[in-house]
Design a protein around this ligand. Structure first.
Ligand code: NAD
Length: 438
């Protein structure tokens, strides 16, 4: 099957590459010529483990190509996926649909034959119907269907998530479109991965409900963590204790500095907005959004305590600034709240992150970037473990403590323990939701 993928970001590129690996002919389109030039040279513009190899294999096999020419890519395609960004609209929390609608219009103008226009971007309930209207208006003569196919992959594990999904969700209005979608995902049908076919609205809602639920779970444990700190309980034990209950499950129960990333912050805000637009406030989700801000603020307070009440003149080493490990994505990362608070308070901040520098340099002005956590610790007053990259999971704490002017650590991912820190010679150690020492 010939497929066009509009948008070659984290979702579009991974989806395009994986569809070509299924055996389809895929043309990936982006309007950013720099991205397409890189891709044509065989370079991957984002950091996603395994993507370069899979991409090269399918380019080599002649199933995968890249272009800025949407018209040529759409011409003759049986399915065109829209995988462009839907960021938070400035001011009101709504998902900004400008890119989706622009893509829909361009597709309409370019299509020649029956085509299924599939929205992979995360879009508010009702958007696929709007896409249909936009296409109809632009091309009253065109034979087409729309389909909603929200994506659930996680950055850092995107290929595995795409190839072995918990489920695939497909919202359609016609049997014909359902058959095209079935054909696209046939390799997954054959391997018994659940494919859920629904109406358009349910498919759209599933994506927001899933993300809001996960954000709620994280925020719930983060709030419990704060209470653990007040009461002397240990959130790691609490997570373990509740996670063993099959109705709760142990995933997404790690206390930390608050959720961030390209999806949870914007999707929770968008769901809250959808609720308001329909006269039914999503009270739980609204609260999750505000509690998560509170969680991030609490982390800054923790760092302030470790710096004796002032960041001024302190040297702080921050390990990890991407919103999670194994990605270079900095969108809405907790570091974007915490690091500016340090810099604003007069600290000299050194940042180490295996992949964050390219994006982070513009977003975190006034910090210095280092490659080595041990160098960053040199004469520092505080070390902050912010993102749990593997590179930071087995540090020689003794060596770090020895290098520091004041061996103090904020372990915002609970990687180490008070015992580890004390043994290594730290004078202060603050984890999240469990007892540290100062
Ligand atoms: P992204 O910003 O990384 O990529 C979007 C790409 O689309 C950009 O390269 C941009 O240049 C391109 N683009 C925009 N308009 C275009 C047009 N008219 N023609 C051609 N190219 C165009 O975004 P992303 O992270 O891949 O997210 C895409 C969508 O998928 C969003 O709705 C997001 O919520 C959703 N999603 C993201 C993730 C994730 O982990 N990043 C997971 C699931 C769902």
């Amino acid at each position: 099957m010939k497929i066009a993928m509009i948008g070659t970001g984290y979702v579009g590129l991974v989806s395009g590459v994986c569809f070509s690996d299924f055996g389809h002919d895929v043309v990936c389109v982006d309007r950013d010529p720099a991205k397409i030039e890189m891709l044509e040279r065989g370079e991957v513009p984002i950091f996603e483990p395994g993507l370069d190899t899979l991409m090269a294999r399918n380019v080599e096999a002649g199933r995968l190509s890249f272009t800025t020419d949407l018209q040529a890519a759409v011409d003759g395609a049986e399915a065109v996926f829209i995988a462009v960004g839907t960021p938070t609209r400035r001011g009101d929390g709504h998902a900004d649909l400008t890119y989706v609608m622009a893509a829909a219009e361009e597709i309409a103008k370019a299509a020649t034959d029956y085509v299924v226009i599939v929205t992979k971007s995360t879009v508010p309930v009702g958007t696929n119907r709007l896409v249909k209207q936009v296409v109809k208006k632009a091309r009253p003569d065109l034979d087409f269907d729309v389909a909603s196919n929200p994506e659930f992959l996680r950055e850092g594990a995107a290929i595995d998530d795409f190839m072995k999904p918990d489920r695939v969700v497909v919202g359609v209005q016609s049997e014909r479109a359902g058959e095209v979608m079935e054909e696209i995902y046939r390799p997954l049908y054959l391997r018994d991965f659940p494919i859920l076919t629904t109406d358009l609205e349910s498919a759209e809602m599933i994506k927001y409900a899933a993300n809001a639920f996960l954000a709620t779970k994280i925020t719930f444990i983060n709030e419990i963590a704060a209470l653990c700190e007040r009461t002397g309980a240990d959130v790691k034990r609490v997570s373990h204790g509740i996670g063993l209950d099959g109705r709760i499950g142990n995933k997404f129960l790690h206390a930390g500095p608050g959720y961030g990333g390209s999806c949870f912050p914007k999707d929770t805000k968008a769901l809250a907005r959808i609720g308001q637009d329909h006269g039914l406030p999503m009270q739980i989700t609204e609260k999750v959004v505000s509690v998560n801000e509170e969680v991030k603020r609490r982390m800054t307070d923790k760092l302030l305590d470790l710096c004796d009440g002032s960041f001024n003149g302190k040297t702080v080493a921050v390990l990890g600034v991407t919103f999670k490990p194994n990605t270079d994505d900095m969108r809405d990362a907790p570091s974007l709240t915490i690091v500016p608070a340090l810099v604003g308070g007069g600290a000299k901040v050194r940042v180490v992150d295996p992949q964050g520098k390219r994006e982070g340099e513009a977003l975190l002005p006034g910090v210095s970037w280092l490659d080595d956590p041990y160098k960053a610790a040199n004469n520092a007053d505080l070390i902050v473990l912010l993102t749990e990259w593997n590179e930071f999971r087995a540090l020689d704490l003794k060596r770090i403590a020895k290098k520091m002017a004041h061996p103090r650590m904020a372990d915002l991912r609970n990687i180490y323990s008070p015992k580890d820190a004390r043994r290594a010679g730290f004078e202060a150690y603050e984890p999240v939701g469990r007892k540290g020492f100062m």
